[in-house]
Write a protein that binds this ligand. Structure first.
Ligand SMILES: Cc1cc2nc3c(=O)[nH]c(=O)nc-3n(C[C@H](O)[C@H](O)[C@H](O)COP(=O)(O)O)c2cc1C
Length: 193
């Protein structure tokens, strides 16, 4: 993840299209493709995004650096698209019962689409960061950009050429968990046992 951007270098239009074309190549349950992408490029749109999703206090360093990103893509998911798709004859879940779903695949698939944008950004020599919209800001985001209640923001991908003042996440101090901690080969054995 990159959290500082060069504000003087917009993302070329062809690259924006490639990012989005790759996003829609993500896999999706039942090929439901219940995702949507709100693309914010103009200074006005981006500034509106930051004003409705952050507090009005003085911006902290994170926000100052992140708001230099020339491109923001809000990734949204539609649960109804999945419930509708799985109510079709070949799936047959006509009761639309959410308890049938092992996990919310509508959000999983939106996350996969976001990851494809992150990978494309790296391929293009760009930097990008995935981050969430605070729960108490979602309604304001909806209102500002006309997002219908059918769609929920899963996260936002900021994209641009990396700036010179990037900061790694302090969370990285936790260290990366190794394969020995997270992989269970054949049986779920407690590590070290
Ligand atoms: C679901 C999710 C939410 C995240 N939210 C934020 C966020 O709100 N702010 C931020 O700066 N980074 C956010 N990140 C980025 C993580 O901090 C980052 O992926 C993690 O620290 C590992 O760093 P790396 O991706 O650079 O290896 C988020 C990542 C994910 C997958």
């Amino acid at each position: 993840m990159v959290r500082d951007y060069d504000p003087s270098r917009p993302v070329p239009a062809a690259v924006v299209e490639r990012l989005l074309e790759h996003a829609i190549r993500a896999p999706s349950a039942g090929f439901s493709q219940g995702w949507a992408f709100l693309v914010l490029e103009s200074p006005d749109d981006r500034s509106l995004f930051w004003s409705v999703t952050t507090s009005s206090e003085a911006p902290d360093g994170w926000l100052t650096r992140m708001s230099r990103a020339p491109l923001l893509v809000v990734v949204l998911s539609s649960k109804d698209a999945y419930l509708d798709r799985y109510a079709e004859p070949d799936k047959g879940w006509t009761d639309r019962d959410e308890a049938r779903w092992p996990v919310p695949y509508w959000d999983v698939d939106a996350g996969m689409a976001a990851l494809l944008m992150l990978l494309t950004a790296v391929d293009e020599g760009l930097g990008a960061c995935f981050f969430g919209v605070p729960v108490d800001r979602v309604d304001a985001l909806r209102e500002a950009f006309g997002v219908p209640s059918s769609h929920r923001p899963v996260g936002v991908v900021s994209i641009g050429y990396p700036g010179s003042d990037d900061r790694r996440s302090p969370s990285l101090r936790r260290g990366r968990r190794g394969l020995d901690e997270v992989v269970h080969r054949g049986r779920w054995l407690t590590p070290g046992s």
